[in-house]
Design a binder for this molecule. Structure first.
Ligand SMILES: *Cc1c(COP(=O)(O)O)cnc(C)c1O
Length: 389
């Protein structure tokens, strides 16, 4: 028996050899033990599977990375503290001064700001290409292009880009292709099978699915993910083990969640299309959507939980609807079990000029719905009372 002060620290720590837990415990530790110099030498030589420090890797985080890799049909995945940590780790890890990055003009605001505010400062040249250019993807790439980064479906219009087409054009020129697959979720769309090199997710959204944690993921080949390890380690976007555990628990129900999101969103889109106070509905699963054919080809699991519509009398109609909602909640973000709604001109397209709105395909009467997994009758009844009021 050591002194009480020492026992209070040392007693009862470490893995319990008699326990065989069904689930992966939360390894809430910043560092890991080594038995000897030899063990540490073998770790540094890369010949051991041990862990050293939780910013580099952690068993709870690793367990969730294996799940995410499996969902995308990939060899490897990396889990990070937010979608933006994933974006930054990928962009800083892949690019250097003088490289050209080609990005779709309609892109997540945070991604745009990292490129404009930081990457350009370090000599990366970014070109933002309109969706029309992505439709003939050989036009996207120049001598200096190193990376093509895009989203599909795109926020909030849910326009879709032919993923296989972009991937093939990149492959032919030796350019890395990357997609932000957040809106589709790994259950609905598998970009690696379409030839994409790197997938990014805001795991805050459908992957965790409960709007109670922020997390991000990068998914790709073992070589790709390994090449990005130093960037995660040094930029410091590692996720906390407790947050990783929450993501892992969320993932367990992704199959039933996404099936219900797809089903509810389709029903919501079809209902809205018939409503006299709605002038347009944007959902890739509707035959009226401009990219329905592309979506049908590549969204093999379903068309997702995001639906955007335009109110007939513009911003006044949209805001009247928005203020009357009772089951749908007024909140940014998406991809959780709770149905949420946002007004793009007051969130993702806030501060845009008329010309910028036109370029993004966004109007002042648009409402974006993240359709949750509540009972469909309650969702439709809420849309009905909010539109009719
Ligand atoms: C939310 C989101 C992000 C950023 O992810 P965070 O988890 O908020 O950092 C990136 N891309 C898309 C499409 C998103 O919806």
């Amino acid at each position: 028996m050591k002194h009480k002060e020492t026992e209070a620290i040392h007693r009862g720590e470490g893995a319990d050899p008699s326990a065989a837990p069904l689930t992966t415990p939360i390894y809430e530790t910043s560092t890991f033990l080594f038995e000897s110099t030899a063990e540490l030498e073998s770790f540094q030589a890369g010949t051991s599977t041990k862990y050293l420090y939780s910013r580099y890797g952690n068993p709870t985080v690793r367990a969730v990375e294996q799940k995410i890799a499996a969902l995308e049909g990939a060899d490897a995945a990396m889990l990070l503290s937010s979608g933006m940590a994933a974006v930054s780790t990928a962009l800083f890890g892949l690019l250097k001064a003088g490289d050209e990055l080609v990005c779709s003009a309609a892109i997540y605001g945070g991604t745009l700001q990292v490129i404009r505010g930081y990457l350009e400062k370090f000599g990366v040249h970014a070109r933002f290409a309109p969706i029309e250019e992505f439709q003939t993807p050989t036009r996207l790439i120049s001598e200096k292009t190193r990376l093509v980064w895009f989203e599909s479906p795109i926020n909030p219009t849910l326009r879709c880009i032919d993923i296989a087409g972009v991937a093939a054009a990149c492959k032919a020129r030796g350019v890395t292709s990357a997609i932000d697959n957040t809106f589709a979720s790994p259950l609905n769309q598998s970009p690696l099978t379409l030839g994409i090199d790197l997938i990014m997710h805001s795991a805050t959204k459908y992957i965790n699915g409960h709007s109670d944690v922020t997390a991000g993921a990068l998914v790709g080949s073992t070589a790709m993910i390994k090449s990005l390890q130093p960037a995660r380690k040094l930029i410091g976007g590692m996720i906390d083990p407790a947050a990783a555990f929450a993501v892992g628990r969320g993932i367990k129900t992704i199959g039933v969640r996404i099936a219900r999101h797809n089903q509810n969103a389709m029903a919501v889109a079809q209902y809205l299309e018939t409503h006299p106070k709605v002038s347009a509905v944007f959902y890739p699963g509707l035959a009226s959507h401009p990219d329905h054919a592309v979506a049908k080809k590549q969204m093999t699991g379903g068309f997702g939980g995001m639906v955007t519509f335009e109110a007939k009398d513009g911003f006044a109609g949209a805001s009247r609807f928005f203020d009357r909602m009772q089951v749908f909640k007024r909140a940014a973000s998406l991809g959780g079990v709770d149905s949420l709604a946002s007004l793009p001109v007051l969130t993702s397209q806030w501060g845009f000029s008329d010309a910028q709105l036109k370029d993004a395909g966004v109007t002042r009467g648009m409402v974006r719905l993240s359709v949750g997994i509540e009972h469909i009758d309650d969702l439709i009844a809420d849309l009905q009372q909010a539109l009719n009021g």
